[in-house]
Design a protein around this ligand. Sequence first.
Ligand SMILES: [Zn+2]
Ligand SMILES: [Zn+2]
Length: 403
Amino acid sequence: MIVNNTVSNMIKVFSRLSDMKLPPIGRLLSWGPLTILSIMSFLTYMVFYFAEMWWVPTESVGGMIHISVYCLMTAGSLYWFFTASFTGPGCVPKGWTPPNDAAFDYLSYCNTCKAYKAPRSLHCKKCGFCVKKLDHHCPWINICVGHDNHLYFAIFLMFTLLGCFQAAIVLTICLYHAINRNWYIHEGQEPVINLSSSSLMLAMFATGLAIGAVVAAVFLLHGQITGFIKNYTEVEGWVLQKAKYRRRAAGLPAFVYPYDLGWRENIKLLLAKDFDGLWWPVRKGCSPKEMMDEQKAQKQDRENRHFVCNVSDEYNGSCVPVTTYTRASLTPPLNLAPRIPLCVGETVRVFIDGPQWLFGVKLTADGKESGRRGYFPRAAVYTDADLDEAQINTTNTHKTKAA
Ligand SMILES: [Zn+2]
Ligand SMILES: [Zn+2]
């Protein structure tokens, strides 16, 4: 039965490959998947290398169980990694329209996909299509995480967490033995782990990598499980958080999230095989429109807070402009949003204001938005604060002169 299910699951995964924008092998040839596969191979090599010295699998049942469990975790991690990547997030079909007329008024139309954007779906520029229940675009599997592969992605994280946790424990114990080798000799014991200085460095690096992977996987998996229980995605989580503050500040009643049906129903929906993820059930008395309206209100708030400024210094679009903007390069934005190069004399509209970096879009001569949005160093433009400061300095200079 289990074998049958696994085989039918594999067939389903491979039958979907033809629908993908990128051929699966092409999708794996990117820095994200290659990094994940390299880390997994490296940690597996190190665990086997140490197991041969510390707990030899062929010499004891315990050693055999230990290495078998590790192999199981790594195989599981690889299987769900490929499944999440090859299955893809699921796209809104071309020409999709909502099932009821009222929804035409509040759903927007995607000109690229030639379809209405289904509730909870968003267009991903990197993937090139509207993703059903978009959680986030994942560089590690090099495709979005959405309705179709959300669960697979979480299972991949779980196996990765368990495998890396085991690797971290094994490597830490072996490293302890290797570092205290002389103490073991002094106590008259045979040292279990013998390492050259370069192997020791490699082992330290592998231990750090395994611990780092455990921390990252715990953090990510916690976010995913919370999202599953409350039925919200990473994107919707941000909207809900902002809704709390926005509505409190505006004196409005608390926002009721329409897609949270209670944890049992939410999990049932997550596991439902026959649900297409396009038209989501909502809480009694709620409508998808409320979520759209809240998102629109937040967008409007953001637009209202924007300001326009002129470029004072050239910026080449570098993520870490050490030589030109040293202070900004020390605190770069920790996300994959693009950076936009700037030339002196250009004008930009700023949407996000930060101490070192601003996020905005360049404007054309007639004040229209052009090109992509992105980050740039605050020091590359004149902001209102700079102009105020210049004004104060000028006034002070005049006062000094007058005195
Ligand atoms: Zn689209
Ligand atoms: Zn994407």
